[in-house]
Write a protein that binds this ligand. Structure first.
Ligand code: MLT
Length: 411
């Protein structure tokens, strides 16, 4: 008799974004004339940078010629891409990260879930609340939690509330935890972390033999030069952190798929008998066994991000979305709403007005303005009473959405 992984039955409702899509479809079916603008999921809308497209076209030609054809590539990614990542994303910022500590993959979402393969079952896991749901759901699937309570909090996880009161930066826990998920610039709140804040986490992790799983998928949106782009800018982080990066949001690769994860060679964790094992070796083994690498064509596209033209083009893309964020922030503030984030991040975190719940606000925005956002409560119990608006859309749609919201929402 085949049995199932019953941990899946503990998961609350559907994954957030498909659940929103389901509700939007119900509304659209009932109102076929509504021109719905989607500022929900953080999916990019602008075309791929020309430098990436040109490199991918050339790579397709390479595949058409026996002399330059490629079959399986290295599971860790081609060295020419890893070398550029190491030099331009890390060494240029003073981080001592080498090519072989970089593992190219098809997504930071996949990697933040897959990384659990190399960790034990008995770690105490800390997440912020609200949080990117993938960190929580993948731990539930892996059997690292008990059931959820009425608020959707899973037994066994340590939730670190983040709100306007603590500037959306979690306090260092007083108890001992083993794995800590941090995301900066933050999804969903758009908050950022200073070097001092990250140093406090590195100090905590080193003192408690803990590991920080640092999601930096939105680092390109940092405009404040004093803010760190990588946790490896903090001394000692190579002994206690893994970092996840992505080409999705800076270069528009959400549909093209390319990302990478940095596992320093100096990073270790314990066996049950207390010996140290290098996590790099385990992740390398995991990737070589379960993954066959990202396509040659896509990796050539990602490599082009590091060319002079590519750098200028991704800068323009990021500035475009940041200008959208600014428009959203200004218009919602004019409309009387309290907004956070969205300066060094593509997300606007809005306090719902009139005491409305996150889903009330979702319904009102959808019915009154035909605009879709993401209910804060979908990111965790402490996200209740908040709402996320994504800046990833065309200028025309963002302006139209703001016009409709300001005209139809009474605060
Ligand atoms: C989001 O909207 O939170 C992101 O698009 C999700 C993701 O990048 O997977």
């Amino acid at each position: 008799m085949a049995t199932i992984n019953e941990n899946y039955l503990k998961l609350k409702a559907g994954y957030l974004f498909p659940e929103i899509a389901r509700r939007v479809k119900t509304f659209a079916d009932a109102h076929p004339d509504a021109q719905i603008i989607k500022l929900g999921i953080g999916d990019v809308t602008e075309p791929l940078p020309e430098a990436c497209r040109t490199a991918m076209s050339k790579a397709i030609e390479d595949m058409g010629d026996r002399a330059s054809f490629k079959g399986y590539g290295p599971e860790q990614g081609y060295p020419w891409l890893r070398e550029k990542i190491a030099a331009m994303d890390f060494q240029s910022r003073g981080c001592d990260i080498a090519l072989d500590e970089i593992f190219v993959s098809d997504g930071a979402k996949c990697d933040t879930g897959n990384i659990l393969d190399i960790f034990g079952k008995d770690n105490t896991i800390a997440v912020t609340d609200p949080v990117y749901p993938v960190y929580v759901d993948t731990n539930v699937m892996a059997g690292h939690t008990g059931p959820a309570n009425d608020k959707g909090e899973y037994e066994g996880l340590v939730y670190m509330p983040i709100s306007a009161e603590n500037d959306f930066t979690a306090e260092i826990p007083s108890q001992k935890v083993d794995l800590i998920y941090l995301c900066f610039p933050n999804n969903p709140t758009g908050a950022t972390a200073t070097k001092e804040h990250l140093k406090a986490w590195v100090d905590y992790a080193k003192a408690h033999d803990a590991i920080v799983l640092f999601d930096a998928a939105y680092e390109a949106f940092i405009t404040d030069e004093s803010l760190p782009h990588s946790i490896f800018e903090i001394e000692g982080a190579k002994d206690c952190a893994i970092e996840f990066r992505s080409f999705s949001k800076n270069a528009g690769f959400t549909g093209t798929r390319c990302a990478y994860t940095v596992v320093p060679k100096t990073l270790t964790a314990k066996t049950s008998d207390g010996s140290d094992v290098e996590l790099w070796k385990l992740w390398n083994r995991r990737q070589s066994t379960k993954f066959n690498g990202v396509s040659y064509i896509v990796q050539r596209g990602a490599e082009a991000v590091y060319s002079e033209d590519g750098q200028a083009q991704i800068k323009a893309l990021v500035s475009f979305y940041l200008e959208n964020a600014k428009i959203i922030r200004e218009k919602l503030t004019e409309a009387g709403l309290k907004v956070y984030g969205c300066v060094n991040a593509p997300y606007v975190w809005v306090k719902t007005p009139n005491g409305w719940s996150s889903w009330d606000f979702f319904d009102k925005l959808l019915s009154a303005a035909n605009v879709v956002g993401t209910p804060g409560s979908g990111f965790g119990a402490a996200g209740e009473g908040y709402f996320r608006i994504s800046a990833f859309n065309s200028r025309e749609n963002v302006e139209e959405a703001m016009k409709r919201i300001t005209a139809n929402l009474s605060v």
